[in-house]
Design a protein around this ligand. Structure first.
Ligand code: ARG
Length: 462
């Protein structure tokens, strides 16, 4: 491909070392598409006659059909996917194949292939997010009014509904999906025609090329930038890192919920494993693996950023490493989304136990203070009074709503209410009907909103 100036050949070990086909062969179909559009553009400026163009396109179509049948030869001796495709085209249409690299560089070619390929991967990732959110919304719908203890500092704080918890994870993933699609939009410009670094010759119509390849943002506007920058890959790596971080928090929540200490949910056999030694064990390995793999996505983001730091414009071979960093993290994020969706699908909440636990541990102390406030006590004083009431209840080994009448009379003389009624979890929940609150009615509304959102997502990205 570039042997003219060289008398000898690459040292065998370096020859292997510098290959990118093991990573970039997945770009093959994108590369064929790029070749199709480029040869068309070349025909318009007289490099191919109409008949020659038809022959080139036939060769491209043949190769496309062959590889769809046989798979892409990832272990071919070719250096990278672009040289593999060129060699195969020359084998199929000879002289014409040798003309196809006119005015083009692998630098604008790989930049174009990547954007075409990542378009598909963005769509797959978006679908993965939609699937997981759908499972969470199923749980939220089922348990929109089911009480469960809510935590801060991993200490029991206030009751919430299981539905509210599930939708909280949806909100985070929804933002990730927005980020993903925004990154997709930003990268929707066509680098082809940028040449190696300075732009191409021959008066190639780059607007037509961009249109042909389906780039909504038209052609890129600076050939140095188009061939040398990879910030769009960093953005995708960030989205993966953020998705994985959110999955890891979802995993941690559910792993805790599945402990014998919490017993809020159990995972089905589909996503649980046993111990080779301890016959009684039932481990939440699916979510543990999701939690564990998260840090690798952080590593990928740092590796990509690091590979760009201090890199002079324009193309440097360092950029070839972008694929071996980004592609595995895309694949792992897709896999983790699928496993998390499976785990949520096969998670069964013990709603009786969750509800009983939501009545224990003084989760309603804030509401008792609110009752005092309603009776005219300033909040700061109410806070102190309830703190003492909690101390007394702890001494007696009861909950606030179980304080004997005499104790209520002594500690909370301002209150003439039935504490059992006023401090029951369902009362506490219903009081939080504010927008964004955990009240069952509010969660019901949010479930509906999410169902509509998912329907829209399913319409746009399948
Ligand atoms: N395999 C290379 C990459 O992915 C192709 C780019 C061109 N190579 C070059 N020596 N200019 O970055």
């Amino acid at each position: 491909m570039w042997g003219g100036r060289f008398a000898g050949s690459l040292a065998p070990f370096f020859e292997q070392f510098q290959k990118s086909l093991p990573q970039d062969h997945v770009l093959a179909f994108a590369d064929l598409r790029t070749n199709r559009a480029w040869s068309q553009a070349l025909a318009k400026v007289g490099v191919f006659t109409a008949a020659e163009l038809a022959a080139v396109h036939r060769a491209i179509d043949d190769l496309d059909a062959e590889w769809r049948r046989t798979g892409i030869p990832a272990s071919d001796p070719a250096e990278d996917v672009h040289s593999l495709v060129e060699r195969e085209l020359v084998a199929r249409c000879g002289e014409l194949g040798k003309r196809i690299h006119t005015g083009r560089s692998r630098n604008d070619q790989v930049a174009t292939d990547l954007r075409l390929y990542l378009r598909e991967r963005i769509s797959t990732l978006a679908t993965g997010i939609t699937r997981l959110c759908s499972e969470l919304v199923v749980q939220a719908d089922r348990h929109h009014d089911a009480p469960i203890p809510g935590y801060t500092h991993l200490q029991r704080a206030q009751p919430i509904t299981i539905g509210h918890w599930a939708l909280a994870h949806c909100e985070a993933l929804g933002r990730d999906r927005d980020r993903l699609l925004a990154a997709g939009q930003r990268m929707d410009v066509c680098p082809l025609g940028s040449g190696a670094l300075a732009g191409t010759v021959l008066g190639v119509d780059r607007d037509a090329l961009a249109l042909d390849l389906g780039f909504a943002g038209g052609p890129s506007h600076n050939s140095l930038d188009a061939t040398a920058q990879r910030d769009h890959l960093c953005e995708l790596a960030f989205v993966c890192a953020m998705v994985q971080t959110h999955l890891s928090r979802l995993a941690e929540d559910t792993i805790f919920f599945a402990t014998q200490e919490a017993r809020f949910l159990s995972f089905g056999d589909e996503v649980s494993t046993g111990s080779s030694l301890m016959p009684q064990k039932r481990n939440p390995d699916a979510m543990e693996l999701v939690r564990g793999k998260c840090s690798r996505s952080h590593g990928a983001l740092l590796a990509l950023l690091g590979s760009l730091k201090g890199l002079p414009l324009a193309y440097n071979r360092d950029l070839q490493t972008d694929k071996e960093t980004l592609f595995p993290t895309l694949a792992e994020t897709e896999a983790c989304l699928s496993v998390a969706a499976l785990a949520i699908q096969h998670a069964t909440f013990d709603t009786r136990h969750c509800a009983a636990e939501a009545e224990r541990g003084y989760l309603n102390a804030t509401d008792l203070a609110d009752l005092l406030v309603a009776a005219g006590v300033p909040f700061r004083d109410a806070h102190g009074i309830v703190g003492q009431a909690v101390n007394r209840a702890v001494e007696l080994g009861v909950e606030l709503q179980e304080l004997p009448a005499a104790e209520q009379q002594r500690l909370l003389p301002q209150l003439r209410v039935d504490l059992r009624q006023a401090l029951a979890a369902h009362t506490v929940l219903a009081r939080r009907a504010v927008v964004g609150g955990t009240a069952p009615d509010r969660v019901r509304t949010e479930v509906t909103r999410w169902q509509q959102r998912l329907a829209a997502w399913n319409g746009t990205h399948r």
